[in-house]
Design a protein around this ligand. Sequence first.
Ligand SMILES: Nc1ncnc2c1ncn2[C@@H]1O[C@H](COP(=O)(O)OP(=O)(O)OP(=O)(O)O)[C@@H](O)[C@H]1O
Ligand SMILES: [Mg+2]
Length: 228
Amino acid sequence: MTLLSLCHLTASYGAAQALFDVSLDVAEAQVVALLGRNGMGKTTTVKAICRMLPARGEATFDGHDLLRLPIHRAARLGIGLVPEGRRCFAPLSVDENLLAAARPGPWDRARIATLFPRLAERADQRAASLSGGEQQMLAIARALMTNPRLLILDEATEGLAPIVRAEIWAAIRKLKRDSGLAILVIDKSLTELATVADRAVILERGSTVWSGAMADVGGDVAGLYLGL
Ligand SMILES: Nc1ncnc2c1ncn2[C@@H]1O[C@H](COP(=O)(O)OP(=O)(O)OP(=O)(O)O)[C@@H](O)[C@H]1O
Ligand SMILES: [Mg+2]
């Protein structure tokens, strides 16, 4: 069943239009990669979904009209965002960060500890003192603590050392395998995306220009739209 559906979505930063015609669907338990070169509108699409930016067109989540729902209700529909640039509350401890995000559901601190044992080891440490990779794990953990139905990862491995990156990808694969969570994932690594994504959507200058099976991204498609 379709969980998130965007159809001919447009969005602007003030007078500057950034999205012109974005359409994409994410079904329950499906992992969809949102692809496109720099500045093509991936983060803006995420902001529009999370109502951080005015948007027009059609956007539904679990049958609810995302664009016309009051923001406080839209925030409770179950979309967990890991934003670009790993935001945590730096002065709070790891545990406090998790508790501040907690909403009822299967994800609690014990389950987070099975996904990211390192966070459990650092439960009392201030978020500010964590490494970049650990902060990223904490950002993902915070999103999971909201017990979302859709997890959105915007460049979750950006700027991390290869070994930490591998840990994050392993966690994403585990999420797909064990939790059946729907995931919309933005990342530069097609190789890693190919290990988790079922489908892919490609944006170019604020519009959807291609969508299909992740297995079909490569060769001509990657050359044409991703400059690879
Ligand atoms: N705060 C802003 N104000 C005005 N224009 C913006 C703002 N943020 C992004 N834009 C513009 O919107 C367009 C889409 O940017 P967006 O950040 O969505 O791209 P992206 O696909 O996420 O790129 P990247 O891969 O670099 O993260 C770009 O032309 C960008 O310059
Ligand atoms: Mg971006």
